[in-house]
Design a protein around this ligand. Structure first.
Ligand code: URP
Ligand code: ZN
Ligand code: ZN
Ligand code: ZN
Length: 469
């Protein structure tokens, strides 16, 4: 029996177009679009099982957050959102697909790491999910395993130039992984910070008694992000491989991406809301409050934000993901009282991304279509999910957000749905709010009530990067 929903009267916004159209959803997919008031649209209205009135609202693709860390083990604790709580919060914020990072620990195979992440997510997610693979142990056998993962739909691999002794890979390991990716289609995602040099500066800072969270920002220098970004790009050139640099925070790192892209290289970059909206001023908040803002790459002085916005406008940065990796202030961030290097790294944000970027539209940083491109279409293309995800077109999954552009809200831990005891954006006023969310045609948020369920979200295998020339 077919199940038809008609979304009527809204402004449909994709990366390509803005049209006043009605959207017909059938059996979990988008069946057709037709101009509002057209004969076709009127005939659908009669046959629909259900009609959603989107008059005065935007009808946008569900967000694709290509960088989350539910339940990530880090610094002796675990990210506080489980797949259940984190994907529910994602739905509240208009994100209907996450790409989370499965982790290979040192001494493990990729298979073992990936299977553990399948098990964590299975049956628990409110929205659809996919995986990248963190490679912490690049060796002959894990390099071979990359081929199998690409075939099974895990088509991207994160390597770390930071965190020696934990996730770190040396340049030889990076080069080998890039060579393998160049052959099998896997995309290398790089955490570009010179972790060996940073560890020296950490040790020296602590020896001087500089233990406050703000020193996290001082030792993780812009130059060491720019240097690592440059090195990652050169290694990728040597390997003949593309590279995607995650969580770009510094103007000088953007400049490296711009220079490479001007040469025509397949070099891609992601930034995150925290680098666009927060700064070292937050890291310097007194009474250890700065710990709430400890993440890596670190927050930068405000002056860097203009370069990130410019990069997003010029497509030198293609994606905004959250790097959602929440740790409660109480009991988790507090592990680093008296030693900033023991503060678990990461910020919550999976629920806030679509709203913050809508605010950026109102603030004049990006256009409405670019909002949808960097938050939906481009991450879907980058990671092989398009056009199933990231757009509103016939055949696509009916992952649709009815967004009220005129509603106002104040971001707060008191009202958010992420399982974390603070908001990185506490008190921030936003114009625009998610009203209703469909995930594969099923209503998971209905006029600001959660109507979804753990287990509705399904694992979604991916093809390889769709941007490679
Ligand atoms: O601080 C961060 N970003 N935590 C998550 C791990 C990573 O490096 O992405
Ligand atoms: Zn209108
Ligand atoms: Zn990282
Ligand atoms: Zn991350």
């Amino acid at each position: 029996m077919s199940n038809r929903t008609l979304i009527r009267g809204g402004l449909v916004i994709t990366a390509a177009d803005e049209t006043h159209a009605d959207v017909l959803v059938e059996d979990g997919r988008i069946a057709a679009l037709a101009a509002h008031g057209s004969t076709a649209a009127e005939s659908w209205a009669e046959a629909a099982d259900r009609t959603v009135d989107a008059t005065g609202k935007y009808v946008i693709p569900g967000g694709v957050d290509a960088h989350t860390h539910m339940e990530l083990p880090f610094g002796g604790t675990f990210a506080s959102d489980t797949f259940e709580t984190g994907t529910r919060a994602a739905a509240w914020g208009g994100t209907t697909t996450i790409v989370d990072f499965a982790v290979q620990s040192v001494g493990q195979s990729l298979r073992e790491g990936l299977d553990a992440w399948y098990a964590k997510a299975d049956g628990n997610c409110a929205v659809d999910y996919a995986f990248h693979m963190i490679m912490a142990d690049v060796n002959e056998s894990s390099l071979k395993e990359m081929d199998l993962l690409v075939e099974e739909g895990v088509t991207s691999f994160k390597l770390f130039m930071a965190y020696p002794g934990v996730f770190y890979s040396d340049d030889g390991q990076i080069l080998r992984a890039m060579q393998r990716g160049s052959a099998n289609g896997g995309l290398i995602m790089m955490h570009a910070e010179n972790g060996i040099a940073i560890d020296v500066l950490v040790e020296q800072a602590l020896a001087r008694g500089e233990t406050d969270p703000r020193y996290h920002g001082e030792v993780r220098k812009v130059l060491l992000e720019a240097e690592a970004t440059h090195r990652a790009i050169q290694l990728a050139r040597v390997a003949g491989a593309p590279v995607y640099v995650v969580h770009v925070s510094a103007e000088e790192a953007v400049a490296e991406l711009v220079a490479a892209r001007d040469k025509g290289l397949n070099v891609f970059g992601e930034t995150c809301p925290q680098y666009l909206f927060l700064s070292t001023d937050n890291l310097a908040e007194p009474d250890f409050e700065g710990a709430k803002y400890v993440c890596s790459t670190p927050l930068r002085p405000k002056e860097h934000q203009a370069a990130l916005w410019r990069g997003l406008r010029t497509n030198d940065l293609q994606v905004v993901s959250t790097d959602h990796c929440p740790f409660c202030f109480s009991g988790q961030k507090e592990l680093g009282r008296g030693d900033f290097s023991k503060i678990p790294n990461g910020l919550p944000g999976v629920e806030n991304r679509m709203d913050l970027l809508h605010q950026a539209v109102l603030d004049g940083h990006i256009s409405r279509r670019r909002w949808i491109e960097i938050a939906c279409a481009s991450p879907a293309r980058m990671f092989g999910l398009y056009p199933k995800k990231g757009t509103i077109s016939p055949g696509a999954d009916a992952d649709i957000v009815i967004y009220d552009p005129g509603a106002t809200q104040v971001l707060s831990a008191g009202t958010h749905h992420m399982n974390v005891d603070y908001s990185a954006y506490e008190g921030k006023r936003i114009t625009g709010q998610v009203e209703t969310v469909l995930s594969r045609g099923e209503t998971v948020i209905d006029r600001r009530e959660f109507t979804g369920r753990a287990g509705h979200g399904v694992y979604t295998p991916r093809s390889t990067c769709q941007y490679l020339s």
